[in-house]
Design a binder for this molecule. Structure first.
Ligand SMILES: NC(=O)c1ccc[n+]([C@@H]2O[C@H](COP(=O)([O-])OP(=O)(O)OC[C@H]3O[C@@H](n4cnc5c(N)ncnc54)[C@H](OP(=O)(O)O)[C@@H]3O)[C@@H](O)[C@H]2O)c1
Length: 130
């Protein structure tokens, strides 16, 4: 078990999530970043190689509850604890109602809403312990 606090940043391979992960690392946290694209995770890990003992990348799609359960198992295996979850993975399709497709609407709901629920549901027992 690590004596450091551990954070999971979903969508940590890019953008805001990557920035949050970097700040947590600088402040001494263990960090797991996750996302769907392995290549983007690898590139992010390379950029954060100064912190290689503190960080792991996990391929996970927040739309799949079992992926998020698997992510929590990997985090426990690597660091022993999970203290902070940043349910950041998401996307935006911006359009007025008459132009928004059903497909794009469902894409947002399944990722930004159901995905965040999956992340928290998979993590909550570990968070209660910490
Ligand atoms: N940028 C803004 O101005 C803004 C404003 C309001 C809210 N937000 C919200 O803030 C969050 C981050 O935005 P951002 O601009 O940093 O986005 P971004 O640069 O497009 O990065 C999105 C991240 O989420 C991951 N992701 C997307 N779908 C996923 C899925 N199904 N499962 C797992 N990971 C997934 C992406 O990796 P993969 O593609 O590899 O999965 C990527 O790492 C989003 O939830 C966004 O809706 C952003």
């Amino acid at each position: 078990m690590s004596d450091k606090k551990t954070a999971h940043v979903t969508g940590g391979s890019k953008g805001i999530g990557f920035g949050v992960a970097k700040i947590l690392l600088k402040n001494g946290y263990n960090v797991a970043i996750s996302g769907r694209k392995e290549k983007d995770l690898e590139e992010a890990l390379l950029k954060l190689s100064d912190y290689k003992d503190q960080i792991i990348g996990i391929v996970s799609n927040v739309r799949k509850f079992e992926d998020e359960e698997n992510a929590v198992s990997k985090i426990k295996e690597q660091f022993g604890n999970l203290d902070i979850v940043i349910a950041n993975a998401g996307l935006g399709h911006f359009a007025p109602v008459d132009e928004m497709s059903i497909e794009n609407w469902n894409d947002m709901i399944e990722t930004n809403l159901t995905g965040a629920f999956h992340t928290l549901k998979a993590s909550v027992e570990e968070l209660k312990k910490s």
